[in-house]
Design a binder for this molecule. Sequence first.
Ligand SMILES: *[C@@H]1O[C@H](CO)[C@@H](O)[C@H](O)[C@H]1NC(C)=O
Ligand SMILES: CC(=O)N[C@H]1CO[C@H](CO)[C@@H](O)[C@@H]1O
Length: 293
Amino acid sequence: MRLYTLARTILLEILLQHALAETIRSIFLFKDVLKSNTTALQTSGFNTLIIFGIGILENGDIMYYSNTPGSSDVILASAGAYIGGDELAEKVRSLKTGDRTTVNRLEISMNAQHVGPLMASPGPGSDTPLYRNFEALKAAWSLDGVNNDDESIYDLASTVVFAKMLGEVGYKYTIAPYTNDGFWVAVQTNVNDGLEEPDLLLDRVYLQCYDGGAFNDPLAWQRRLGMNVVPLIWVTNDSKPSQGTTVAQARSRFSGWVGRGELAGGGYWNDYDIEKMRLSYMEYGKVLTDIFA
Ligand SMILES: *[C@@H]1O[C@H](CO)[C@@H](O)[C@H](O)[C@H]1NC(C)=O
Ligand SMILES: CC(=O)N[C@H]1CO[C@H](CO)[C@@H](O)[C@@H]1O
């Protein structure tokens, strides 16, 4: 009986992990976190928030670039210390810790600017400013992952070294491709070399299925990458209305894909537009909780 109970517990845990691993419900935070409706972000069914607009400076400092009128860029970490301010740190941490929050994973999203030169010199060592800055930021913001949204540089060698450095710091590593699948397959293969589920370093792929990636087929990308992906669609937006997706259209696109095969989850680009266009977080979130329960 004891053994049976133990076996059942283990089985349940495996099932649970499997289920959790399959139901990513994400949204990219384009708006300054200090100005966005964090209550809505916590309570609309999302389990993953990805904070957009992080960049590395030439000296290894980490910057939070403002994409919101009236906000300015903030240096988050320098010389191995977090200097982004308590208000911002508390706000970001609250996304995962609020009383009613459904969020259990926080990532920052960045491009590949200065990664190549910094990996060449001083390199990825644990005593470098870059390493220590990422360590300090992880602690201050309680981060789980770093998302690589490289859309221009595509340097394989430095990308892989940097990803492994972030793994040493304790981050998971994710990507957000819209094109260039050959590059991303090589990144996945190299970053995850010798690793297996559930210990993959590159453990998530957020695939842009709008704008430049409008014609991406998540199922085709999954076959090439050898892992399930999270397709992203763009909510209604007045800068490129043709790329906007209403709640009803979002439901139909995600259902269409899921009807053809299992996905890792679904997600949206981005919160700024939801607020600017006075859309409903709850309605967009419900599409994800219905389809990726
Ligand atoms: C933020 O979202 C919550 C929950 O969706 C809503 O009740 C509230 O009115 C929103 N706050 C603002 C300032 O829009
Ligand atoms: C994410 C994004 O590109 N949002 C845009 C939506 O439209 C407004 C203005 O129409 C832009 O300011 C945003 O940058």
